[in-house]
Ligand binder design. Structure first.
Ligand code: GLP
Length: 637
């Protein structure tokens, strides 16, 4: 075991890695409770800097639990929020004012007079003064004891986008294109994402006595590694945190995945060479020195921190052949196994054949993006495929689309009186003032829109539309982003489909995503459902042990070559067919606001091509495109 300090030699801030976000939040909430209580004993206030976004949701839930179950009082707490959108009313469902009240303030005993959130509703001429007063109020309370931070994918903290200076103060800022794209799911509909925000500056944040930055999920891994190990620079405002002498990054395993000590541990000290680690190291080496596996030399190994691997498992020739074969064996044109063939070195068993296959899509289109080509193959090779759409995806449909559908319906019904077919009108009321039944109508139309797209996409992929099952999980139908409360009814619905299909193979996604994301919630529900299915004592009990679980990824976070257990090549025409299927989903045809011309479907296509190139570069056959899967170990359930 290498000494801790050696493995962390590249880290410029203190980093704590926990298995799950929940575990990390329990530790932090305990510390916050201790701060609040010790201040209360001294008759003083605790001054907290708070953040919004999905990231702190688990922390706020734990603080609420401490308040409700362990009597933690917030009466002596003063809070200052980092930021607020500019130009939307406070009661807008996506304002940070609403967020903080829904996620925390409404559930604790913090006096309303002690909470502060920048005002995003002032006229521009008043913003400058208000920002100055915000800073003065922080100072008047003796400064922030603790600032909680999340991090945006641009490396922003608060809304300090790339370009924000080290000494910036509370001010009005313009939002970055990527930040606006990330916020798009909260503000469905073109041009609805605010363009401006008011945020504490980097300098304001750095004045806090202590700072804890939280990050969960693989989507944050890259930016975290840059902020922790990279140079300080304005293009990555979170890197300025390195200047603070009491800052901590609290991460889950997935968000820590790109740190050198996690990703390339042999570069920062001695390691125990397990088979997966040597596989990762050898494929990394091939990519690093840009040589196919079979052309790696002893000196390449020695020069890249792998001399001990060479000594114990070498020479290069032996290692090269071993890992070449491992990669080669991941490739198959028979994702459901090849009947009658020797399956010793195939990713999937030959028997039974055909197989019952269950494909789970957290939202419609996930299955096409992640495994559209494989889905077509499974059907063509005679397997019995069921596609279960776990959530309806209705939250991603804009009001405009629903209104257009309503117009169509009334036109089709031949009535000009739209109230009879659907009682909502364009621009009638802002979202906050709509009646419940009107909202339910909209939601229903949005569900139907996505069902239609999903069926159309299956049809394009040669998958019978009868394969589709829409579960419309209740946690999603009754929730909004960051306010999902999954429960027993959700687990039961998945258990039911698992017991009905009794699959030999299940394809799923969402492991390693940010814990409050739809994908991660669906994946953890699946694990619960599998446990329930295994333990129900019914006739089908035990079959899940024989069910192989294969994980697919959506293109924004594709598998790396060393993580892959099954690679399914696609020919040019198979890739084109997959693209046509993806194209049936409106959201995949959209260009994100203010970004380049890249459409979402093009990202999927290029991810499959990039992976094929990576296989080619390792010395495998040259394919047009590849879809990839990782086998989920049963014992992890
Ligand atoms: C917004 C907020 C940030 C937050 C970031 C990440 O930009 N202004 O404070 O850190 O989103 O959001 P999430 O936690 O949802 O990934």
């Amino acid at each position: 075991m290498q000494p801790l300090s050696e493995s962390r030699q590249r880290e410029r801030v203190s980093v704590h890695i926990h298995d799950t976000a929940r575990a990390a939040c329990q530790v932090l909430a305990g510390e916050i409770a201790e701060l609040i209580r010790s201040r209360a004993r001294e008759g003083r206030q605790a001054v907290l800097g708070l953040a919004t976004g999905s990231t702190p949701v688990s922390l706020y839930r734990e603080l609420i639990r401490l308040h409700k179950e362990e009597g933690l009082s917030f009466a002596n707490v003063v809070t200052f929020n980092l930021d607020e959108y500019y130009g939307i009313p406070r009661d807008h469902p996506e304002s940070y004012w609403s967020f903080m009240h829904q996620q925390l303030f409404n559930h604790i005993d913090l006096p309303a007079s002690q909470l502060h959130i920048p005002d995003g509703t002032l006229p521009r001429s008043a913003v400058f003064d208000a920002c100055r007063q915000y800073e003065e109020a922080i100072t008047a309370h003796g400064g922030l004891d603790l600032q909680i931070l999340g991090i945006g994918r641009t490396g922003h903290i608060g809304f300090n986008e790339p370009g924000s200076g080290r000494d910036s103060r509370t001010r009005l800022v313009t939002l970055d294109a990527l930040t606006r794209r990330d916020a798009e799911r909260d503000f469905p509909g073109e041009d609805k994402v605010p363009r401006y925000a008011v945020t504490m500056g980097v300098g304001t944040i750095l004045q806090a006595r202590s700072i804890v930055l939280l990050a969960w999920g693989e989507a944050k891994a890259r930016v975290i590694a840059q902020a922790v190990e990279g140079e300080q620079r304005e293009s990555l405002p979170a890197s300025f945190l390195q200047q603070h002498d009491n800052v901590r990054f609290l991460l889950d395993n997935a968000a820590a995945g790109e740190l050198t000590r996690v990703k390339l541990p042999w570069l920062v000290g001695p390691v125990e060479w397990t088979p997966p680690l040597s596989h990762r190291a050898v494929t990394w080496l091939s990519e690093k020195v840009q040589r196919p596996l079979l052309k790696l030399l002893d000196e390449h190994y020695a020069e890249h921190g792998m001399a001990d691997l060479l000594t114990t498992q070498g020479p290069a020739y032996t290692l090269n052949i071993h890992h070449f074969n491992d990669m080669q064996h991941t490739i198959t044109g028979w994702p459901g196994g090849k009947a009658g063939a020797d399956d010793t070195h195939r990713p999937e068993r030959a028997t039974p054949y055909p197989k019952r296959v269950l494909v789970l899509a957290p939202e419609p289109s996930d299955e096409m993006l992640g495994m559209g080509g494989t889905l077509t193959r499974l059907v063509e090779q005679g397997h019995e495929v069921t596609v279960a759409y776990l959530t309806s995806g209705s939250l991603a449909v804009s009001d405009e689309e629903a209104e257009m559908a309503a117009e169509l319906i009334s036109g089709y019904l031949g009535t000009e009186d739209r109230d009879k077919s659907c009682h909502f009108h364009k621009d009638k009321e802002p979202a906050t003032l709509r009646s419940e039944s009107e909202e339910a109508d909209r939601r229903r139309l949005k569900r139907l829109i996505r069902r239609g797209e999903a069926r159309q996409a299956l049809h394009s992929a040669n998958v019978p539309v009868t394969a589709a099952h829409f579960l419309d999980l209740p946690f999603y139908e009754t929730g909004r982003y960051r306010q999902f409360y999954p429960g027993e009814a959700d687990v039961n619905a998945i258990t039911e489909i698992v017991l009905k299909v009794r699959p030999h193979m299940t394809f799923a996604t969402g492991a390693g995503q940010e814990p409050n994301s739809v994908g991660a919630i669906c994946f953890s529900l699946l694990l619960k459902a599998l446990r329930a299915a295994r333990g129900d004592g019914s006739e089908s009990c035990g079959y899940t042990d024989n069910c192989h679980i294969w994980l697919y990824r959506t293109p924004d976070k594709a598998w790396q070559t060393h993580e892959i257990n099954m690679a399914v090549p696609l020919s040019p025409s198979q890739l084109a067919q997959k693209t046509r299927s993806i194209y049936q989903h409106k959201r995949q045809r959209d260009t994100a606001p203010d970004t380049s011309d890249t459409k979402a479907w093009q990202i999927a296509e290029s991810a499959n091509r990039t992976l094929a190139k990576a296989y080619d570069a390792l010395g495998m056959a040259e394919y047009e495109a590849i879809e990839a899967f990782q086998r989920w170990e049963a014992e992890k359930c």
